[in-house]
Structure formats: structure tokens, C-alpha cells
Design a protein around this ligand. Structure first.
Ligand SMILES: Nc1ncnc2c1ncn2[C@@H]1O[C@H](COP(=O)(O)OP(=O)(O)OP(=O)(O)O)[C@@H](O)[C@H]1O
Length: 295
């Protein structure tokens, strides 16, 4: 496994509050990742440190095998911010020219094709673009740069459903032709679940969980049934959420492997199993927490 990105023990304090606590992260080459976390979990702080916009108090970062020093932005990295700090007076095409000068894999033919796909007028000034169009400028840079490590922070903010679909489609098509590592930070978890292969989940400045999306989905179960049976079934399993109702029934959210035999036995005692979307699992995780040491 080759890693395009590694960070060790990253910590960052703002005044007395810890925004990041000993964050370790490894991103493999040619994998699409999702970075998930509630408001204030530390995602933007982490991404700002990775991109060299702010400095960590402790820890080190390696991109493409090179240690990143203060102020150095690795050319292997393309970071597309949620809110652009583009010069408002510049035209779209001027911003793309700046990006093309920085990224050695930049593909102008592809950038022009994307401008057509997303109906983006290259002559428009950035300050005259809608919110969605502004996101699109960043997304075109992220795609056309074909950087070995591309990070998108909330890339579909302001895009309508059709444009969001087009963006994910363009990304998947281009990723198939030019595999690279892509990290999405987003709140739209179920959308990303169809694109990302692995996710990192952050909470309170720490990595709560990192896992393949397929495994997450296979190990997430929402059970309903009589409370006594639920508790008996859940013994020894990892319970991330449990709620009992006055009627004697309740729900339990388990994050564990459940065999077909166990499932059949549970069904016989009146327990039903519902599918859990990644978004819902994330909500329960955020609510109930999870001991990340249990792996
Ligand atoms: N410049 C700053 N000064 C002081 N505190 C900050 C600053 N930037 C972030 N924080 C704090 O650090 C913590 C992590 O914030 P961060 O913006 O990284 O979270 P986030 O996961 O990106 O949240 P969101 O999803 O809302 O964008 C929060 O408690 C936030 O209040």
C-alpha cells in the first residue's frame, strides 16, 4: 500500500480550546475518501493545516513522501476550499490560468469541456458568479488539475441537484481514467457514500473512526423489538445507540458483525432489522459516541 498522505499527532489549540487532538491519518494512493464530522469537529482546521494555511502546534505531515515544512504548499496537492478567496475582480479564465501554472498535470481541454458541462462563462468576473458557480470554479480546478492528492471542502455547496449529479459523474469518469487520491469533506453523507470508498469520521478534534464504506454499511444495524430481547441480543456486541420506549419496546443501533443465524434467531424473538443509511449511522455515532480504541 502506497500512501500519498500521512499525518502524525497533529494538534491545534485556539486559546484554551483544542481544535485537533493528536490526529493521525493515512491516505492511500488512488482511493476516494470522505471526511465526515459535525459542525466544529475540526475538519476545516485539519484541512487548513494540510494545505499550509495555518500551522499545527504539534505533529508532522508528509505528502508524497516529503515532510511539509512551514509555508510550503506541496505541488502534489490541490485544495479546493469551501469558500474561495479568489480575487473578485479576476475573470474565471484568469483563475484557471493561475491554477494551471501550479499543477503540472493540468489538462486545458478537460477544463474547457467542464466549463461547457457546467455552463460556466470564462469571461465572467468571480464577484459576479452565483454561489453555485463559485463552487463550480473550484471544482473545475480540482478536477482539471489531476493532482495526486485533491481535497474538496464541501464541493457541492450551492449546486442544484442536477449540477451535483453532473459533478459526481464527472469526477467518477475522470477518476476511472486518471486514478488519484481524493478527499471530500462534506455534510452530505449519503451523497458521498455512493462515491467514497473509505471514510474518516471526526468528533471533538479526534478521529472517531476510519473504515471502508462497504464495511460500515455491512456492520450497521438498526434493531427494533422488545427491550429484554434487544439487550440480550446486544450483549457482547458494540452498541452505539439504545433507546427504550414506555411500551416495553425499543431500538438499538449496533455496529458489529451479525451472522445470518444470529439474525434468524433474533427475528424469531420478535426483533426486526432495518437498513441504516450512512447518514443515519453517522447521526447515531455522533449521538452515542464510539470507543475508537475498539477498532
Ligand atoms: N480561528 C479560530 N479561532 C478560534 N477558534 C476556532 C478558529 N477556527 C476554528 N475554531 C474552533 O475549532 C473547532 C474546530 O473548528 P473547525 O472549523 O475546524 O470545525 P469543522 O469540523 O470544520 O466545522 P464545520 O463543519 O462547522 O465547518 C471549533 O470548536 C471552532 O470553534
Amino acid at each position: 500500500m502506497n500512501r500519498i498522505f500521512v499525518c502524525n499527532n497533529l494538534s491545534k489549540k485556539y486559546g484554551r480550546s483544542m481544535a485537533l487532538r493528536n490526529v493521525n491519518m493515512e491516505l492511500e494512493e488512488n482511493v476516494i475518501y470522505g471526511l465526515l464530522g459535525r459542525n466544529g469537529a475540526g475538519k476545516t482546521t485539519l484541512l487548513n493545516i494540510i494545505s499550509g494555511s495555518i500551522f499545527a502546534d504539534t505533529g508532522e505531515i508528509e505528502v508524497a513522501g516529503k515532510l511539509i515544512g512551514h509555508g510550503g504548499i506541496p505541488r502534489e496537492l490541490c485544495y479546493v476550499r469551501e469558500k474561495s478567496y479568489f480575487y473578485g475582480n479576476a475573470r474565471v479564465v484568469e483563475i484557471l490560468e493561475m491554477a494551471s501554472a501550479f499543477h503540472e498535470n493540468w489538462d486545458w481541454d478537460y477544463a474547457r469541456e467542464l466549463m461547457k458541462t457546467f455552463h460556466l462563462d470564462g469571461n465572467k468576473k468571480i464577484k459576479h458568479l452565483s454561489r453555485g458557480m463559485e463552487s463550480t470554479v473550484g471544482n473545475i480546478i480540482g478536477l482539471a488539475s489531476r493532482a495526486p492528492l485533491t481535497i474538496f471542502d464541501e464541493p457541492v455547496l450551492g449546486l442544484d441537484v442536477l449540477m451535483r449529479e453532473r459533478f459526481y459523474q464527472a469526477l467518477m469518469n475522470d477518476y476511472a481514467l486518471y486514478p488519484r487520491t481524493i478527499l471530500f469533506s462534506t455534510h452530505l453523507i449519503d451523497e458521498i457514500a455512493t462515491v467514497a470508498e473509505k471514510v474518516y469520521i471526526m468528533e471533538a478534534g479526534k478521529i472517531l473512526l476510519h473504515e471502508e464504506v462497504e464495511n460500515l454499511q455491512a456492520r450497521s444495524h438498526l434493531l427494533r423489538g422488545p427491550s429484554g430481547y434487544l439487550d440480550a441480543f446486544a450483549q457482547g456486541k458494540r452498541v452505539i445507540y439504545r433507546e427504550s420506549y414506555g411500551s416495553g419496546g425499543g431500538i438499538a443501533v449496533l455496529f458489529d458483525t451479525i451472522t445470518e443465524q444470529e439474525k434468524q434467531e433474533a427475528v424469531r424473538s420478535g426483533i426486526s432489522f432495518d437498513e441504516l443509511s450512512l447518514q443515519k449511522l453517522f447521526a447515531y455515532l455522533a449521538e452515542g459516541g464510539l470507543d475508537s480504541d475498539k477498532g
